[in-house]
Design a protein around this ligand. Structure first.
Ligand code: HEC
Ligand code: HEC
Ligand code: HEC
Ligand code: HEC
Ligand code: HEC
Ligand code: HEC
Length: 366
C-alpha cells in the first residue's frame, strides 16, 4: 500500500507538471483518499454531502459509490473536460455522437424513448434499455426493472455501478477495469477472467473517437464481459446466438471492401477500419485505419458499447432500423451517425460490413 501511494504521488506531480493534460486524479493508481472517502461527513462543521442519507458503510463522500464517481465524471453546467461519462442532455452529449471516448454516454439512461423501429413513436423503449443501468441516486436512475440480473450470468442489476467494472483504487489495467479476483465494495462478487488488453484514446479533450483515433481492442474483451454474462451469444441449447471471440475468417475480406450499401466493393483495405464496428487484433493501435485479417476477432464490442448508447442494448448502431437514416426519427432520440454517408438514405444495417447481405447479389464483394 505504501509503495502504491508513493508511486501515485510521484505520478500525480508528473501529471501536474505536464501542461495541456487533464487534471490528473487516479493516474492508474490509488488517488487521494479524500477524493472519495470521508471519515465523518464533516468539514468546517458542515456536512460534505447533505444528500448523504443515514451514513454510508463504505465511508464514502456520496450516497453510493457510483454517485462518488459521478461527483467528478458527470458533466455540470460549468465543466467540459473530456473524462466525463454522463452528459447533461441526451440530445447534446458533450462528445458529438455520444460515443464518449469509446464507452458511450450514460445520459441515454435518461431518455424517454429510444425506439426507432417501425412502431417506435407509439411503443416507446425507455432509456434503461440503452445499456448498463448503473444505480445513481443523484441522477434519479434506479436498477433496470426488466433485466434483474445480467443475461447469461447472475450479477444482480440492483448492485450494478461503476465499481462493478472499474477498480476504485486504480490498477494498471486498461481503463482501470477489474481483473481476476473479488471486486471492491459491499457487494461480494468474483471475476474469473482478467481485464482485456486494449489501449484507450486520450481523455484530455472533448474530441471523441474517429476512424483514426479509437480504442485499440487487442484481446480478451469477450472473456471480460463473460465475468457477468457467461458465454453469452455462444450456442446455448438449440438457440442460435452470434459468435464472439472467434476469428473472422472470410468475413474479414467483406469488411475490407465494404464501403456502404451503394458501394459495397469500392472499399480500400488500408482505410477500411470503421470505429463503430470494432474488432479485436493484437496488432491494433489507436490510430490503425486498416481492416481486419483472417485471425482478427469478432467481440462483444463489435456490436455493443460498454456504457450506453442512444440505441437499445447499448448497440453501436440501432439493430431495429432497416435503414440507418431512420435512426432517431420515430423516437426523437439522438441519431447515431451513418458511417457511410455516401450511401445516403439507402444505407442498411452495419451488420453488412461483414456479411454484405444488403445487395441483391449477396456476398458479391471480393
Ligand atoms: C476513486 C474513489 C476512491 C478513492 C480515491 C479511494 N477509494 Fe477506497 N473505496 C472506494 C469505493 C467506491 C469503495 C467501496 C465502498 C463500498 O461500496 O462499500 C472503497 C472501499 C475502500 C475500503 C474497503 C475495502 C474495499 O476495498 O472494499 C478501504 C479500506 C478503502 N476504500 C481505503 C481507501 C484508502 C486508504 C484510500 C486512499 C489511499 C482510498 N480508499 C481511496 C473509492 C475510493
Ligand atoms: C475527484 C474527482 C474524481 C473522482 C471522485 C473519480 N474520478 Fe475517475 N477520473 C478523474 C480524472 C480527473 C480522470 C482523468 C485523468 C486520470 O486518469 O487521472 C479520471 C479518469 C478515470 C478513468 C479512466 C482512466 C484512464 O486513464 O484510462 C476511469 C476508468 C475512472 N476515472 C473511473 C472512476 C471511478 C470508477 C470512480 C469512482 C469509484 C472515479 N473515477 C472517481 C477524476 C475523478
Ligand atoms: C459487473 C458485471 C457486468 C459486466 C462486467 C458486464 N455486464 Fe452487461 N449487464 C450486467 C447486468 C447486471 C445487466 C442487466 C442490467 C442492465 O441492463 O443494466 C447487463 C446488461 C447488459 C446488456 C443489456 C442492456 C440493456 O440495454 O438492457 C448488454 C447489451 C450488456 N450487458 C453487454 C455487456 C458487454 C458488451 C459487456 C462487456 C463490455 C458487459 N455487458 C459487461 C452486468 C455486467
Ligand atoms: C459494465 C461495465 C462498466 C460499467 C458499469 C462502467 N464502466 Fe466505465 N468503462 C467500461 C469499459 C469496458 C470501458 C472501455 C470502453 C471502450 O473503450 O470500449 C470503460 C470506459 C470508461 C472511461 C473512459 C472514457 C470513455 O468514455 O471510454 C471512464 C472515464 C469510465 N469508464 C468511467 C466510468 C464511470 C464513472 C462509471 C459509472 C458511472 C462506469 N465507468 C461504469 C466498463 C464499465
Ligand atoms: C454481431 C453483433 C453482436 C455481438 C458480437 C454481440 N452481440 Fe449482444 N446483442 C446483439 C443484438 C443484435 C442484440 C439484440 C437482441 C437480439 O438480437 O438477440 C443483443 C443483445 C444483447 C443483450 C441483451 C439481451 C436482453 O435480453 O435484453 C446482452 C446482455 C448482450 N447482447 C450481451 C452480449 C455479450 C456479453 C457479447 C459478447 C459475448 C455480445 N452481446 C456480442 C448483437 C451482438
Ligand atoms: C465484425 C464482423 C461481423 C459483424 C459486424 C457481424 N457479424 Fe455476423 N458473423 C461474423 C462471423 C465471423 C461469423 C461466423 C462466420 C462463420 O462461422 O463462418 C458470423 C456469423 C453470423 C451468422 C451465422 C452465419 C452462419 O453461417 O452460421 C449470422 C446469422 C450473423 N452472423 C448475423 C449477423 C447480424 C444480424 C449482425 C448485425 C447485428 C452481424 N452478424 C454482424 C462476423 C460479423
Amino acid at each position: 500500500m505504501r509503495r502504491a501511494l508513493l508511486v501515485s504521488l510521484v505520478c500525480l506531480s508528473v501529471g501536474l507538471l505536464m501542461t495541456g493534460t487533464v487534471y490528473a486524479f487516479h493516474e492508474s493508481g490509488v488517488a487521494r483518499c479524500s477524493g472519495c472517502h470521508t471519515m465523518h461527513n464533516s468539514q468546517n462543521g458542515v456536512p460534505i454531502d447533505t444528500a448523504h442519507v443515514g451514513g454510508n458503510p463504505g465511508l464514502l463522500i456520496r450516497n453510493n459509490s457510483t454517485d462518488v464517481c459521478l461527483s467528478c465524471h458527470a458533466q455540470t453546467a460549468t465543466s467540459s473536460s473530456g473524462y466525463k461519462v454522463w452528459s447533461l442532455n441526451p440530445l447534446q452529449p458533450m462528445i458529438a455522437g455520444g460515443t464518449g471516448h469509446g464507452a458511450g454516454d450514460f445520459v441515454f439512461q435518461q431518455e424517454d424513448n429510444i425506439n426507432d423501429g417501425s412502431s417506435g413513436a407509439t411503443s416507446p423503449i425507455p432509456g434503461y434499455k440503452s445499456g448498463h443501468t448503473v444505480v445513481a441516486p443523484s441522477k434519479g436512475v434506479v436498477a433496470d426493472p426488466t433485466l434483474t440480473i445480467g443475461p447469461g450470468g447472475n450479477f444482480p442489476s440492483s448492485q450494478l455501478g461503476c465499481i462493478s467494472c472499474h477498480d476504485p483504487h486504480g490498477s494498471e489495467a486498461f481503463r482501470m477495469l477489474n481483473g481476476v479476483g473479488e471486486i471492491s465494495g459491499q457487494y461480494s462478487y468474483t471475476f474469473t477472467n482478467g481485464a482485456p488488453e486494449a489501449d484507450g484514446i486520450s481523455l484530455s479533450s472533448t474530441v471523441g473517437e474517429s476512424n483514426s483515433n479509437h480504442t485499440a481492442y487487442k484481446s480478451g474483451m469477450s472473456e471480460w464481459c463473460a465475468n457477468c454474462h457467461g458465454d453469452y451469444h455462444a450456442y446455448q441449447g438449440s438457440d442460435y446466438y452470434h459468435p464472439s471471440g472467434v476469428p473472422m475468417g472470410s468475413e474479414s475480406v467483406h469488411y475490407q471492401y465494404y464501403n456502404g450499401t451503394t458501394q459495397y466493393e469500392t472499399g480500400d483495405p488500408a482505410t477500411s477500419y470503421v470505429a463503430a464496428i470494432a474488432f479485436e487484433d493484437p496488432d491494433m493501435t489507436i490510430s490503425t485505419t486498416s481492416g481486419p485479417g483472417n485471425s482478427s476477432k469478432v467481440s462483444c464490442v463489435t456490436c455493443h458499447r460498454a456504457h450506453a448508447t442512444s440505441a437499445p442494448d447499448a448497440g453501436r448502431w440501432d439493430f431495429n432500423v432497416q435503414f440507418l437514416a431512420l435512426d432517431g426519427v420515430a423516437s426523437g432520440s439522438l441519431p447515431i451517425a451513418n458511417p457511410w454517408p455516401a450511401s445516403g438514405a439507402e444505407q442498411r444495417s452495419a451488420c453488412n460490413k461483414c456479411h454484405v447481405k444488403d445487395m441483391h447479389s449477396e456476398g458479391a464483394n471480393p
